[in-house]
Design a protein around this ligand. Structure first.
Ligand code: ADP
Length: 224
């Protein structure tokens, strides 16, 4: 990897005439990122997909950035060392920032195992624009689900640096939302997220699925 940091010192940020607020107003909703983090097999993709389906059906502009898809394209030059994982997350966070700037409700489903990388991602956004969703599930359950057969391959040594087996997963310190996918169904998880988003003013109350759960959400720092 060759990065010439010197060149970036000569750059100046150009403000665009049409801005984020204009695009939000046109879309009729806020834009923000839902940052899903958790072990492989915890349910990030499953829940993010279901949530996107619900939001999309309500006319909300959405986009889901999924770990494997991004690694097959934009980040195909990156492996799984701590440095490359950091660069993976940095690029994803920057792309998510562009989507949020474009007025889109952006969902990201990446293991993102390091606290410092998640903090770096959060630092690119305002307080209200970044919602960290910790998809919590015991590793034994994830390994039993093993939807892609990765735990089996990691345990037999075929995959090195597999999170939870031979590489760490740092539990989020202050996630905005915690889901327990060993106890909740995917739909219950989606309802919990929707309830929080309505309660924090990020989604409108029109969302009938969310109404019943709205009160279950704790107040969040920087809440609108
Ligand atoms: P990740 O994106 O975190 O790697 P996936 O969503 O790809 O995880 O896989 C999770 C697997 O667990 C899927 O096969 C899904 O059907 C299953 N699963 C079982 N219960 C749940 C639940 N409550 N929430 C999410 N996924 C669940």
């Amino acid at each position: 990897m060759i990065y010439n940091m010197e060149d970036s010192h000569n750059l100046t940020w150009q403000s665009t005439t049409v801005g984020k607020q204009d695009r939000r107003q046109r879309n009729g909703h806020e834009s923000f990122v839902l940052w899903f983090t958790g072990l492989s097999g915890a349910g990030k993709s499953t829940i993010a997909n279901l949530l996107e389906q619900v939001l999309f059906a309500q006319g909300i502009h959405t986009y889901l950035l999924d770990g494997d898809n991004v690694r097959m394209g934009l980040n195909s030059d990156l492996g799984f060392s701590a440095t490359e994982r950091r660069e993976n997350i940095r690029r994803v966070a920057e792309v998510a920032k562009l989507f949020v700037d474009a007025g889109v409700v952006t969902l990201t489903a990446f293991i993102s195992p390091y606290q410092s990388d998640r903090e770096m991602a959060r630092s690119l956004f305002t307080d209200t624009e970044f919602v960290e969703v910790y998809v919590d599930c015991p590793i034994e359950v994830c390994a039993t689900r093993d939807p892609k057969g990765l735990y089996l391959r990691a345990q037999s040594g075929q995959i090195k640096e597999f999170t939870g087996v031979a590489a760490p997963y740092e539990t989020p310190q202050q996630p905005d939302i915690v889901l327990h996918t060993n106890l909740q169904t995917p739909l219950e998880c989606v309802q919990q997220i929707l309830g929080c988003l309505v309660s924090w003013g990020l989604l409108s109350k029109d969302n009938s699925l969310a109404n019943s759960l709205e009160d279950t959400c704790v107040t969040r720092e920087g809440q609108r």
